[in-house]
Write a protein that binds this ligand. Structure first.
Ligand code: IMP
Ligand code: MG
Length: 185
């Protein structure tokens, strides 16, 4: 589907639907292979990872369970401060479980470092991170990324769950937002 009302604000597309689908398929296969015989809990970090998450869980051939966590990070609309608050915690106990945290993008890494350190305190069996996008040049903390879709350039991207000011999440591709959109605000 052509989404002209959203595409007009996009400078250029980085990954179209086809490229995203093949990355998701590859990640699903990696997880399926690595967790053979296990029952991991796949945790979606709302809201950015929601679109990726619903595709990724269906690319995994294992009896997984799912849960959701919502986080708010203080900072400007295009940058995180690293101060994170849990808005919605997991519904189920994760004691003894193998967790796979699913995130849309890792930028400074501060958000995920916080989430990881919080979850590790719950006597889990293991924790791994799956992210669709990684912006490693912006990393401010040591964070191991176990499953990665794409490494992105240092630009602000939207679509496929990723937002600017809560918009563009429903764009089916991922693109670089025109600078004028966030610089005039
Ligand atoms: P971090 O704590 O700096 O790693 O920030 C990660 C969070 O910031 C992600 O979960 C996104 O919600 C948001 N974010 C970082 N970079 C972008 C971007 O380029 N587009 C949209 N959201 C982003
Ligand atoms: Mg996010």
């Amino acid at each position: 589907m052509k989404q002209d009302s959203l595409l007009k604000d996009i400078d250029h597309i980085l990954y179209d639907e086809k490229a995203i689908a093949s990355a998701v398929k590859r990640l699903g296969e990696e997880i399926t292979r690595d967790y053979k015989g296990k029952y991991p809990v796949m945790v979606c970090i709302l809201k950015g990872a929601s679109v990726f998450f619903t595709d990724l869980i269906r690319a995994v051939d294992l009896p997984v369970t799912i849960d959701f966590m919502a986080i708010s990070s203080y900072g400007s609309s295009t940058q995180t401060s690293g101060v994170v608050r849990i808005l919605k915690d997991l519904d189920h106990s994760v004691t003894g479980k193998d967790l796979i945290i699913v995130e849309d993008i890792i930028d400074s890494g501060l958000t995920l470092s916080y989430i990881k350190s919080t979850l590790i305190q719950r006597e889990i069996a293991s924790i791994k991170i799956a992210t669709l996008l990684d912006k490693p040049v912006r990393r401010e903390t040591d964070l191991e990324v176990d499953y990665k879709g794409f490494t992105v350039p240092n630009e602000f991207v939207v679509g496929y769950g990723l937002d600017y000011d809560e918009k563009y999440r429903n764009l089916s591709s991922i693109g670089v937002l025109k600078r004028e959109i966030y610089e005039t605000n």
